[in-house]
Write a protein of this length. Structure first.
Lengths: 175, 105
């Protein structure tokens, strides 16, 4: 195991607490661009962890990320078994019928064991925590979705430029 | 291990200010920590959360995560954020004299 003693430190203990390098994160803005189960959770969990630590959180759902906040798809996100290099399954096998459903079931079971809530509940928790949830206008147009197709926890449908205005001073993360 | 004095009580804390011996906790200590983080006065609903966290930690051997608190303490998620605006995930445990919760939910 590596300990802090035998690897270089970015911040040395001598870095004063008042140094800008140690300034706490105050606002995290996450661009959620993928709609598979394995790519949806990281953004949702990070956003929630930020709020739990008292950090403002803004989530911008764009492209396939829209599936996470769309009524019809929110409960039916899948794990990608093809084109997902982290899957311990050869791509050819990943394409067989039933593989995706199987992998999705396995992942949901494991998450349940860890008491990680389903995506719909994660969105409710984020909303109740005060995180701001936005859908991307351009992606909405592209996928022909209307405001009423989205879950009610979504605060607004905005442009990418609006998103950057709302992210002033924030750390921006792309997933 | 640093030691801090809260209203005459000496308590051991870690670098982040979490108490390392929950046996040293008293309600007075909780009130003093609340003052330190700018959360005063503690009301009845704060105490409901703090008391739940202590009871749950005694049962489970670890501090409850925020989702667990919202489901079992009788204080819902939205109100938890109103009570502890600077981060209920960390603050509830810290005021209850418990370690920082390990979970992210």
């Amino acid at each position: 195991m590596t300990t802090t003693a035998d690897r270089p430190e970015v911040l040395t203990p001598a870095t004063p607490a008042s140094s800008p390098a140690r300034a706490p994160i105050e606002h995290l803005s996450i661009i959620v661009s993928k709609g598979t189960l394995d790519m949806a959770y990281p953004g949702l969990i990070l956003g929630n962890a930020a709020r739990m630590s008292g950090i403002d959180a803004t989530l911008f759902f764009t492209f396939w990320g829209l599936d996470i906040i769309t009524k019809k798809t929110i409960d039916h996100l899948h794990v990608a078994t093809v084109g997902n290099p982290s899957m311990q399954v050869p791509t050819l096998l990943g394409g067989l019928p039933g593989m995706e459903a199987f992998a999705t079931r396995m992942m949901k079971k494991e998450m349940d064991k860890l008491e990680i809530p389903p995506v719909r509940e994660m969105i409710e928790i984020l909303h109740d925590s005060g995180a701001r949830l936005y859908a991307c206008q351009m992606a909405m147009d592209m996928f022909k979705r209307r405001r009423e197709d989205l879950v009610p926890q979504v605060d607004d449908v905005i442009s990418a430029m609006d998103f950057f205005d709302k992210s002033a001073g924030a750390q921006v993360l792309f997933i | 291990m640093p030691t801090r004095e809260y209203r005459g009580h000496l308590v051991s804390v870690n670098d982040e200010g979490f108490m390392t011996d929950s046996g040293q906790w008293t309600r007075e200590v909780a009130e003093a920590i609340a003052e330190e983080v700018g959360l005063t006065p503690l009301g009845e609903r704060h105490w409901q959360v703090i008391d739940f966290c202590r009871q749950d930690a005694a049962r489970e051997g670890q501090p409850p995560g925020l989702r667990r608190i919202s489901k079992l303490s009788g204080v819902a998620m939205k109100e938890l954020y109103e009570l502890f605006p600077k981060g209920p995930g960390k603050l509830a445990a810290r005021l209850a004299g418990l370690p920082k919760p390990k979970g992210c939910i």
